[in-house]
Write a protein that binds this ligand. Structure first.
Ligand SMILES: [Zn+2]
Length: 405
């Protein structure tokens, strides 16, 4: 951190100190000075400005180490808010978070479905207005709106990226349109990156720890947090673990490749495999769910697997082995020490995926003799993407030094 701050602009220094306070929970000025390499006088000046700006508050005293008890600082959670919106085919979720990334209020409305993007955005903007009014939130205290999921809309509808429906959204300027409709700044981010940044904020992960969040909803994505920011690659499309080719002779994927993780292991693959087992298909009454969102059928299979149905468990384990293999490859490339499994796809059978991924990494991770790889469940609730989207706002507005590198 000290190396990072040397020669940084004053805005970057302030942003980095705010980030140290975030990841510490509570911290004294002396500790901030030690961790940043800045003098106590500089820290005092920055902290004073952050307190005047209501972003930081003093919160009691630390234990004395001989002299005066140092005053502890923490983020002033209720000073500002960030709004997160998850635009999904089946449901649109709204959450309001404080600046710790903690969800204060949440609400959901009917999904985007096949409506035109402008119609969906207008409806969402009206709902945001009502949501903020209902909870008495002053607009000036809302830093901005994070939107998750444009890339997912096509897949949720079972429609390919090249389809007309997905095309509508791909060409549609969500940030500008929702920004105009609400009068607030809007940031769009894919769901996996949202989930990773949500984890980063709400779990107070330090910038010193690189990690990956595997996000499964309808598809499978991955958010990579490196040096406290999302690793984006050449065109902001890094982390497409769902299209990691695992089997060159495998089934065709909609991306044009064969044997991608997604075509082997995503909810639609598990449901497709279940259809081949007519006894299981009838036992779980899956025929009644034809035409529904594929995630509903997957949740039924996942629940059966968790309650000991052997056929269902074997299907879920097959999916989990593919996910684990992809995670193993990712870990070997990036030398990761932490992996989170997040998103609604892990909500029911998360423990099975967790066990299978952990087992494979323990046995086969290339660096297993050097360090272990910790695998943990992240957020899997319906509001996980929306919460992550709110964290994207916090990340880009409160700690922008990450984005400038
Ligand atoms: Zn693919």
């Amino acid at each position: 951190m000290a190396r990072r701050l040397k020669g940084a602009s004053s805005a970057d220094t302030r942003s980095a100190i705010l980030d140290l306070i975030r990841s510490s929970g509570q911290v004294s000025r002396i500790e901030l000075s030690e961790r940043s390499g800045l003098t106590e006088a500089t820290i005092s000046k920055i902290v004073r400005a952050l307190i005047i700006d209501r972003l930081v508050v003093e919160a009691g005293f630390a234990e004395s180490t001989g002299g005066k008890r140092p005053v502890l600082l923490e983020l002033n959670a209720a000073s500002r808010y960030a709004l997160g919106v998850s635009l999904d085919y089946a449901r649109i979720s709204l959450v309001l978070c404080d600046i710790n990334g903690t969800v204060l209020y949440s609400h959901s409305i009917a999904g985007a479905g096949r409506s035109k993007p402008q119609t969906v955005i207008d409806r969402t903007a009206r709902e945001i207005d009502r949501f903020l009014d209902k909870h008495g939130i002053t607009r000036a205290d809302v830093i901005g709106i994070g939107v998750s999921g444009a890339g997912r809309l096509d897949a949720s509808g079972g429609v390919l990226r090249s389809s007309r429906q997905a095309g509508d959204w791909e060409e549609f300027a969500i940030e500008a349109t929702l920004g105009d409709a609400t009068g607030m700044p809007v940031i769009l981010e894919n769901d996996a990156n949202c989930a990773a940044l949500g984890q980063f904020w709400s779990s107070r992960v330090s910038t010193a720890h690189d990690f990956a969040t595997i996000y499964m909803a309808t598809g499978i994505g991955c958010g990579l947090l490196v040096n406290g920011d999302v690793y984006r690659g050449a065109s902001s499309n890094a982390g497409e673990i769902g299209h990691l080719p695992l089997d060159v002779d495998g089934p065709e994927c909609y991306c044009g490749s064969t044997g991608c993780l997604e075509v082997l292991a995503a909810p639609a693959a598990v449901v497709r495999n279940a259809r081949e087992d007519s006894e299981l298909w009838e036992r779980l009454r899956l025929q009644d769910r034809e035409g529904e969102d594929v995630r509903t059928s997957f949740a039924v299979i996942a629940a059966a697997a968790m309650s000991g149905d052997e056929a269902a468990e074997s299907l879920v384990r097959r999916s989990a082995r593919h996910v684990a293999t992809a995670v193993l490859g990712l870990t070997n490339i990036f030398d990761l020490e932490r992996i989170y499994l997040a998103g609604p796809g892990f909500a029911t059978a998360g423990p099975i995926y967790l066990e299978v991924v952990r087992d494979l990494l323990d046995r086969l991770a290339f660096m297993r003799a050097v360090h272990t790889v910790e695998v943990t469940m992240g957020e899997t609730g319906p509001g996980a993407a929306a919460q992550g989207a709110a964290s994207v706002v916090l990340h880009s507005h409160l700690t922008p030094h990450h984005l400038r590198g």
